[in-house]
Design a protein around this ligand. Structure first.
Ligand SMILES: NC(=O)c1ccc[n+]([C@@H]2O[C@H](COP(=O)([O-])OP(=O)(O)OC[C@H]3O[C@@H](n4cnc5c(N)ncnc54)[C@H](O)[C@@H]3O)[C@@H](O)[C@H]2O)c1
Length: 271
């Protein structure tokens, strides 16, 4: 991504000579990448050729994922990063530069999907959800953007929202508010970072099969509204991130891309 001046979606980048959707030679940082969706994103970025800094609050899990990537032949390293801490955000971006040689792509994935009925929700629960999901995304993106700007990198930032950021859902007052906030934050970052050549986009996954999921299919509450009534896989979210992080995506910024089996676009399904 760095130093490519005239991106063209139909031909390989003029300076790099690589296919527009490849990420060879680029360095990506992913938060919350020790498990679940973040792990899938790390694998997809590595598959596309990027070197990946796998970060997580749980360093042991980040190490395991970095080892998985290295076993597939990718350049990868791990680093401890609690996204709620601004100093750790700076340190993680510096680590990407020190350990892997730069920072071209940042993916703010870490988050909690915790739910609670609205009438029982305590201020501390609400605050903690916003702190992890929304403040954490803000801190990750701000530190990454500052690093990219300081290094003259025309980078890419991808945030992770949810179908719950686009409409309400039972038990999701805090979660939906945090994920809607991420969509709005992405739009504003797209405006303010465009002058630096940094594109900022968002992926909004629907129900994704992570290590925590034991059910075969999402509940009927989801599937009755899905054109593709199944769980998505973390790697499917990851491949959408790869598109938004690559030169194949050159005239799109501030966008939220649903990876949700059609959950957010369906209306009348029968009759
Ligand atoms: N799984 C889904 O169906 C789904 C759907 C829509 C959106 N998402 C979004 O995807 C993201 C990941 O969700 P998931 O389902 O993979 O969750 P998960 O719980 O399986 O994984 C979350 C990872 O984040 C790490 N983490 C937790 N707190 C952290 C912190 N403070 N700092 C850094 N890392 C931290 C955890 O250690 C874990 O490795 C979240 O933003 C979530 O809202 C998930």
């Amino acid at each position: 991504m760095a130093k490519m001046s005239t991106p063209n979606a139909f031909t390989p980048g003029p300076e790099s000579g690589k296919a527009a959707w490849r990420l060879d030679g680029e360095v990506a940082l992913v938060t919350g990448a020790g498990a679940g969706v973040g792990r899938g994103i790390a694998h997809a970025l590595a598959e596309a050729g990027a070197a990946v800094l796998v970060t997580d609050i749980d360093l042991a899990s980040a190490r395991r994922v970095a080892e998985e990537l290295a076993a597939k032949g990718a350049r990868a390293a791990s680093f401890p990063f609690d996204v709620r801490d601004p100093d750790q955000a700076e340190a993680a971006c510096a680590a990407a530069v020190e350990l892997l040689g730069g920072l071209d792509i940042a993916v703010a994935n870490a988050g909690s999907t915790a739910r609670m009925p609205f009438l029982e929700m305590s201020p501390s629960f609400f605050e903690e959800q916003l702190r992890l999901n929304l403040l954490g995304t803000f801190l990750t993106c701000r530190a990454a953007a500052k690093t990219m700007i300081a290094r003259g990198t025309r980078g890419r930032i991808v945030t992770i929202s949810s179908n719950s950021g686009r409409f309400g859902g039972r038990g999701r007052a805090a979660y939906s508010a945090s994920k809607a906030g991420i969509i709005a934050l992405t739009q504003t970052m797209a405006i303010e970072l465009a002058p630096y050549g940094i594109l900022v986009n968002c992926v909004a996954p629907g129900p994704i099969r992570t290590e925590k999921v034991t059910a075969e299919r999402p509940s009927e509450a989801f599937t009755c509204r899905m054109a593709l009534p199944r769980f998505g896989e973390p790697i499917e979210v990851g491949r959408a991130v790869v598109f938004l992080a690559s030169e194949a995506c050159s005239f799109t910024t501030g966008h939220t891309l649903g990876v949700d089996g059609g959950l957010t676009v369906t209306g009348i399904m029968e009759g």
